[in-house]
Design a binder for this molecule. Structure first.
Ligand code: G1P
Length: 275
């Protein structure tokens, strides 16, 4: 089924400066695991095998993280610390990583289009690593795959947000065709509350059909002068069908300091409970 997952990871992470001056924001750890590793684990849990990562300058630590560190492994071999590397080692072995660089920051839509060379002509998942999701049951991507299996069209994950926060998200409007599943008829990138078509906000999980690439090629810069995936998806919806799925689970906005701290407390609590 869907085997590839795209990770746009070229952004600067300015909200976390100076921490992100020399380190990719995707490598910020929540407890002891970098944000992007949570995302990769989620994709693997949904059955995906190829992680297609769109990086940029200063992002090499991501590639090193998903590679074997022979020196480190040699040093701790046979010691009590060896176990700390077991999980990441298993993760690295369970999938393939491919990379391409986005040379200029021209928006999320542009980042996704840059990944075309890694994806080809097949449907794929997209994970924005700074939206960190956690579930007791199936992961958000896994839930979305189930929807995809039935409808075979692009799908965005949504959640309800307070109306005064619509200007932080892409916001959808549509007809509820099943409980929690909407057929989109409008989408606006970061609308002010008075212009927002609803309070159903897109969070950083998408399943996209490959025709989105040709649409992105033609998409003009929108909000903030950037090429927006939201605008391309609206075009796709107008020509066919795009669904919005209200996922089950928790989501933390780790692109903000507040959400990051919240996630840290939550995952620390979970680690203690599990101990
Ligand atoms: C992006 C998308 C936006 C979406 C959000 C989810 O915005 O453009 O539509 O709601 O991710 O996190 P960003 O947060 O990159 O500004």
């Amino acid at each position: 089924m869907i085997k590839k997952c795209l990770f746009p990871a070229a952004g600067y992470g300015t909200r976390f400066l100076p921490a992100t001056k020399a380190m990719p924001k995707e490598m910020l750890p929540v407890v002891n695991k970098p944000l992007i590793q949570y995302g990769v684990e989620e994709a693997v849990s949904a059955g995906m095998e190829t992680m297609a990562i769109v990086t940029g300058r200063g992002k090499r630590a991501i590639e090193d993280h998903f590679d074997i560190s022979y020196e480190l492994e040699h040093q701790i071999k046979g010691t009590s610390k060896e176990g700390y590397l077991t999980k990441i080692r298993e993760l690295i072995e369970s999938c393939t990583f491919s990379y391409t660089r986005q040379k200029q920051m021209k928006g999320l839509g542009h980042a996704i289009l840059t990944g075309r060379t890694l994806i080809g002509e097949e449907a794929f998942g997209v994970v924005l690593a700074d939206d960190l999701c956690d579930n007791r049951g199936e992961s958000v991507l896994r839930q979305m795959m189930r929807v995809y299996e039935r409808y075979r069209c692009s799908i965005v994950a949504i959640e309800e947000v307070p109306k005064d926060q619509t200007n932080r998200y892409g916001v959808i409007a549509g007809k509820e065709i099943e409980k929690g599943l909407f057929e989109i008829d409008d989408m606006v990138e970061k609308p002010e509350p008075e212009e927002a078509p609803s309070n159903l906000a897109i969070i950083g999980r998408y399943i996209l059909t490959p025709d989105i690439f040709d649409i992105l090629e033609k998409t003009k810069p929108g909000k903030g002068g950037e090429i927006q995936i939201t605008d391309a998806l609206l075009q796709q919806a107008k020509g066919g069908k795009v669904l919005a799925y209200r996922f089950e689970g928790k989501r933390f906005d780790c692109g903000s300091i507040e959400g990051f701290v919240e996630a840290t407390n939550y995952f620390y609590g979970k680690a203690i409970d599990g101990a």
